[in-house]
Design a protein around this ligand. Structure first.
Ligand SMILES: Nc1ncnc2c1ncn2[C@@H]1O[C@H](COP(=O)(O)OP(=O)(O)OP(=O)(O)O)[C@@H](O)[C@H]1O
Length: 890
């Protein structure tokens, strides 16, 4: 059998005999052994150090210098890389972003405490043994010579204080403000899956059960979780599969682009999961959460909570109750559709600029930004819920001054949702509490502004819980405006807040004044005008006299240090005062920290109320932004009904119209799905005329309407759609090794298998990825199937003009074209959609515009003329009388 040790990398910690390592590295390896798959950041003074293989990874990933450290006589130097403690969050953010889990091991006592402990231990040993133990040849953390045993006990005690995995971070710097950070957990049983996901920074926690791996993958792609937990036979320590990492543990159906964490199966057992959930939420049954009878969902949720317990290390689990949902509550958008419609990022470069979110996001708070993003990715089906959002957009649209007033207030509201979470988990720092206080103090102004409002989302903010106002006031009253980040060095609490603190501070001032006076007193007494009082870390306060005057130093001055130009002295009186000052300073800092802690706990007790208000503020912000866009870009309120019609008058593409100069966008109508109207539109037109833009525009208007937004049109009456499907463009899916055409056909098959009469289907150039005749044949058959079998509303953009024949064969099909104007030497794109079919593509014209050499353009024209002359494609679909033949009945 292969020796497992030989498979370990050169610097794997498991290769080393612990007793060969220095005491400090033994301590390190002990901690590392409990977290073998995580990067261990080990606090040493002002640095977090990494050693061995971790050091190599960290230095490579963070581009920091790889140094070395002596690890013991037998081992020699080992790799080491460190980051300054104040930059911890920034560097952790980078590591987590790259899919690593990071364990923070902190010093839990000061070096002085450790030394004192060691001295006592040494004294105790001395009194027990006769002779001295052999002395260590090197000087360790102290100037005293120590034995190995002493050195071990002199080691500063350290403990793991945090385990950071991509889905369990709470720190501001580790999160993206305008995006949720989801931790997901999966449980599989046959075809079915349980899915739980939570954003622990905002407290959101949802569960569902899904009937196929395909549905699960679509949900994962919507959520884009930072980390996915999976039950496995893996051992207890965390095993993280970084994005793209191959592993037999991950079922093939799951996309490799996420970071997966393997957890033992017992975390996901039903009884254990249920028990943990009941205990965590302090309830007697899961019925209130709606998941009592959804065992897979419960198991996933239990595994998720168990993971949090392990990574949060005693920090209370900052989750609200569980919300159970089903996919059928929302408009279903598959991943391809969200991608094709460029809802949150563009296909070309993945940027937000140029996406629908970019065009619509006028939010003033990051939580408003998160809400809008969620809404766009998950539009609604319930007309009443949509109506509530529309009513609020309408009020904010009509009341411009009110909207502007609200938005001005929102500009100074911080991320209440996440601040609340950090208070609840006890991880908030003083700046967080100041931001929380400032934000809370804005709420009364919001409430006052909406006092007379009538729409639901505005009315929800009319009354602010009085305890939150009081909390805001208290925070402002107690904390200084810009407190330091470090909580234990004072400077947090305002003057005049706490009588005991005041007394201590007064005493400190008096003692310091005594020092200032001391300088004058001693100068007068000794007659040395250059005498000064100074301070340094090594030996505290001292009196300094220039070398020339040193002989005049009084006898009670004890020389402590000689420098080139000065002598430094101490006196018993000075030392006594110094001890007093340092003790007083420490006690003051400690008291400040205690006052801060009590305040933080008090804020933490309001976490639920804070989050509820935060969610309302976020929704108001998102709606105000939608209203602003509606005003500035002249959107209308769509009328939504239970019917199937898509009636859009003078519709525009919300993104393109903002990207091109004002007034250049040509509005177009769309009418389908109503009485005596087509269900399927065949849209032809030259290249570059605007076919793709038109079909996307129809989809986006439908989607925006179901988000509750106004839409870019003069008028819109729309039936609620259950799904929107798009099949657009041709992109190789290199990741899964599928060809362009295979991807196209897979997506088309998905549409044909899942579309219903209530769906809206947008197809762009089906069949283009294969030989012309095959492509045309497939396009024809697909269009025919959609029109005559599924009868969903479809727009089918194509260059196959032959498809225009379909309208005369199948009822409910109509032809539209995007028109161009043909001038003597060029064509002008009118971007106007009109009834009728185009018979030319002007592809060669577009090639000429794009700069093809003129000889190639001329040759293409000749070839086209010949091909057209001999083409019989459409003829084959006609019967002997010249009529188009219909689909076979079936
Ligand atoms: N209604 C419109 N008003 C103004 N400009 C438009 C309009 N529709 C489209 N455009 C502009 O025309 C360009 C081409 O549009 P689009 O890509 O939709 O054409 P297409 O007909 O799908 O072309 P192809 O067949 O080559 O894919 C777009 O980049 C857009 O800027």
């Amino acid at each position: 059998m292969a020796d497992p040790a030989t498979q370990l990398s050169q610097w794997d910690f498991r290769r080393f005999e612990r007793s060969d390592l220095t005491p400090m590295l033994q301590q390190y390896v002990e901690v590392k052994a409990q977290h073998p798959h995580c990067l261990l950041l080990y606090r040493m003074g002002d640095f977090y150090e990494t050693f061995l293989a971790d050091a190599e990874i960290v230095s490579r990933e963070l581009e920091i210098v790889l140094t070395g450290r002596q690890a013991g006589d037998k081992i020699g130097r080992i790799p080491m890389a460190g980051i300054p403690h104040h930059a911890l969050e920034r560097y952790c953010a980078q590591l987590i972003d790259k899919g690593y889990a990071v364990v923070i091991c902190d010093q839990v006592e000061s070096p002085e405490q450790a030394k004192e402990r060691a001295r006592q231990a040494k004294a105790a040993r001395r009194s027990k043994t006769d002779g001295d133990a052999p002395l260590l040849p090197l000087l360790l953390e102290d100037s005293e010579q120590l034995t190995w045993e002493d050195a071990e006990s002199a080691l500063v005690r350290r403990a793991v204080t945090r385990v950071l995995t991509p889905g369990t971070v709470l720190e501001d710097q580790l999160l993206v403000g305008r995006r949720n950070n989801y931790l997901a957990a999966l449980v599989q049983a046959g075809e079915c899956w349980g899915l739980a996901f939570a954003d622990i920074s905002t407290g959101e926690f949802q569960v569902t059960q899904l009937e196929s791996a395909e549905a699960l993958v679509q949900e994962l792609l919507r959520l884009q979780p930072a980390e996915v937990l999976m039950s496995s036979d893996a051992p207890d320590p965390l095993v993280l599969l970084r994005p793209g990492e191959a592993s037999s543990e991950r079922p093939e159906c799951l996309p490799s682009q996420f970071c997966y964490t393997l957890r033992p199966r017992r975390y996901f057992e039903l009884d254990e999961a249920r028990r943990l959930l009941l205990e965590t939420f302090g309830v007697r049954s899961l019925e209130g959460f709606g998941c009592e009878n959804l065992p897979l969902a419960v198991r996933a949720a239990g595994g998720l909570v168990q993971h949090l317990l392990e990574t949060q290390r005693g920090v209370s689990i900052p989750l609200e109750g569980i919300r159970t949902y089903t996919l059928s509550q929302y408009l279903i958008l598959d991943h391809q559709t969200r991608r094709n419609l460029e809802l949150t990022q563009t296909v070309r470069d993945g940027a937000q600029y140029g996406s629908l979110l970019w065009a619509l996001d006028r939010t003033r708070t990051v939580m408003g930004g998160r809400a809008l993003r969620r809404w766009l990715l998950q539009p609604l089906l319930d007309i009443r819920a949509i109506g509530r959002r529309q009513d609020s957009v309408a009020e904010l649209h009509n009341e411009g001054l009110l909207r502007e007033r609200l938005q001005r207030i929102l500009e100074s509201v911080y991320d209440l949702e996440r601040l609340a979470g950090r208070c609840g988990s006890g991880t908030a720092n003083a700046r967080d509490l100041v931001a929380l206080g400032e934000s809370l103090l804005k709420l009364p102004a919001l409430a006052e502004a909406v006092a007379a409002s009538t729409s639901p989302y505005l009315k929800a903010l009319q009354s602010i819980p009085v305890e939150l106002e009081r909390l805001g006031e208290k925070l402002r009253r107690t904390l200084v405006d810009t407190p330091p980040l470090i909580l234990t060095e004072g400077g947090l609490i305002r003057a005049g807040v706490h009588p005991e603190l005041e007394g201590m501070r007064r005493q400190l001032v008096e003692d310091r004044d005594w020092l200032v006076d001391l300088e004058a007193r001693e100068r007068a007494r000794t007659g040395i005008q250059t005498l000064k009082v100074g301070f340094n870390k090594a030996f505290g306060y001292y009196l300094s006299i220039s070398r020339g005057k040193a002989e005049k130093a009084p006898p009670e001055y004890l020389r402590k240090q000689t420098l080139t130009n000065e002598e430094r002295y101490i006196t018993p009186e000075l030392k006594e005062r110094e001890t007093r000052i340092l003790n007083a300073q420490q006690q003051t800092n400690q008291l400040e920290y205690e006052i801060f802690n009590i305040l933080r706990q008090e804020a933490g007790r309001h976490v639920s109320a804070l989050r509820q208000v935060a969610r309302r503020v976020a929704a108001l912000d998102a709606l105000a932004g939608l209203a602003e866009v509606a005003v500035y870009h002249d959107y209308c309120r769509p009328v939504l009904g239970e019917g199937r019609e898509v009636h859009i008058e003078a519709g525009r593409h919300p993104v393109i119209e903002q990207a091109i100069p004002a007034g250049f966008f040509v509005p177009n109508d769309a009418r389908m799905g109503g009485q005596a109207e087509p269900d399927l539109i065949i849209l032809t037109g030259p290249n570059m005329s605007g076919k793709s833009s038109f079909i996307r525009q129809v989809a986006l208007i439908q989607l925006l309407a179901q988000v509750g937004s106004f839409v870019p049109a003069r008028k819109a009456v729309l039936g609620v759609a259950d799904r929107i499907f798009t099949r657009v463009g041709a992109v190789d899916d290199l990741a899964t090794g599928q060809s362009t055409f295979m991807v196209e056909m897979t997506e088309t098959a998905n549409i044909l298998n899942h579309a219903t009469p209530r769906s809206l289907v947008l197809l762009d150039e089906i069949g283009r990825g294969t030989a012309t005749f095959d492509g045309l044949a497939i396009a024809w058959a697909v269009a025919e199937y959609l029109a005559s079998h599924i009868r969903c509303r479809t727009i089918f953009a194509t260059h196959y003009h032959e498809l225009n024949e379909l309208a005369s064969v199948v009822s409910g099909v109509a032809n539209y074209q995007v028109t161009v104007q043909e001038l003597a030497d060029r064509i002008v794109f009118l971007h106007r959609v009109t009834p009728g079919g185009a018979d030319r593509s002007y592809g060669i014209e577009v090639g000429r515009l794009a700069g093809l050499p003129s000889s190639v353009v001329a040759r293409a024209r000749t070839v086209l003329a010949q091909v057209e002359q001999h083409s019989q494609i459409a003829v084959g679909l006609r019967d002997s009388n010249g009529n188009a033949s219909g689909p076979t009945a079936g």
